[in-house]
Design a protein. Sequence first.
Lengths: 252, 252
Amino acid sequence: MNKNSYIYGKNSVIEALFTAPNRINKVLISKNSSNDSKITEIVNLAKKNHVIFQFVPKEKFKDYSDCPHQGVVALVSPVEYVELSDFLAHKKDGFSKIIILDGVVDPHNVGAIIRTSACAGFDAVLIPSRRNAQVNAVVEKTSAGAINHIPLIQVNSLSTAIDKLKDNNYWIIATDAEGKDNYYDVDYTDMNFAIIMGGEETGVSKNNIKKSDFVVKIPMLRKFNSLNVSNAATAIIYESVRQMITKSKHRV
Amino acid sequence: MNKNSYIYGKNSVIEALFTAPNRINKVLISKNSSNDSKITEIVNLAKKNHVIFQFVPKEKFKDYSDCPHQGVVALVSPVEYVELSDFLAHKKDGFSKIIILDGVVDPHNVGAIIRTSACAGFDAVLIPSRRNAQVNAVVEKTSAGAINHIPLIQVNSLSTAIDKLKDNNYWIIATDAEGKDNYYDVDYTDMNFAIIMGGEETGVSKNNIKKSDFVVKIPMLRKFNSLNVSNAATAIIYESVRQMITKSKHRV
């Protein structure tokens, strides 16, 4: 089963029918699913967007038994990644901000980081093709459909990608428990920047920390472990949002 | 199977042996588990803390087959909740800050919010006994052991609890997409406060919003859904940390 190839659950399928109907090849609905308003909405959205849908026996869902599909699965084309060079060539006006994942292995965390990045108006999430969870059904679900709202850049070499970003006037901000500055001491409002979030067990790789312009930490007020990586990402991402909005207010 | 009664996975069991050995009744280790350094650490920690451990056939783990236990499970006493009145009676000096959950149903989100609250030095997480996920093995795991580091208050009536907090000079801050202020416009540094995080689908209940002194929103920079509730909690919790640390610096 190609994990890239389906979306499960009523809300997720509705979201996909709204935002990315072109990616959907077919919607399967269990004949046994309770015929509620969401199923009606799915059928209506599918008709409206000329998406094929079928009511099928529940046995058809045995391939999806490891996820809470609620009797609805959409078979989809894999998400399309953007090339870094294409992303840089079509950069919009104004400062650009992206998130880089460096070894984040839990797809729930990848999905949640993509979701926060989309909500915060970031321009892209960069995902290495190795040693990092790839975009699959769990990522798509956890992102609440955000993977269709924000460009995802895939690169083979993270090290080369960071060099390329630096050549294009991005400042690189790594996160590390031993960072020199607190994350809110950086001024995020007057530069292009890329924030590197490291893996759950491994953190940002030493080589990439060396390449960074800033290494920031999130203060811990109890002697205990650390934040989950998607929560750490959110603290930093939303600090940059706060700075941007409050700064533009003061300018008025 | 009482979901309150075990911890699974090598890292989680190690964490529990460090921070809450008294809660552990027995550690089960699969005879088939790879005999790596973490198993050695578990055995050594168990011996040191006088915790019973047993190497058992893998068939013993069939009760835990729905979680990635890595061949290690610790049977534990359920987490002990604190009564709200006891918590208030033993409040430490200085301003107090707590998180209130109002209908958060995904145990991963409950665990992540407890983890962030512990990292941020909050004083407690208040969990209603109904219409909210309770502390179970998934919460314990997702919290990375934080449930042993921060008091968890359980209440039967959230409405009554909020009244009690108000009587004890807490300001109540509800989060809502239609909130009046942005979350960073509140000054978190000179009051006792309780932040209410609402359920994934339902948000903070209308009645509790009415009782709140502030209703704050997190700005969305793309027309798209909203943040995951644990990430929304982290943005607000860490904004309060930022304000507190930077304010105390300016005082010096």
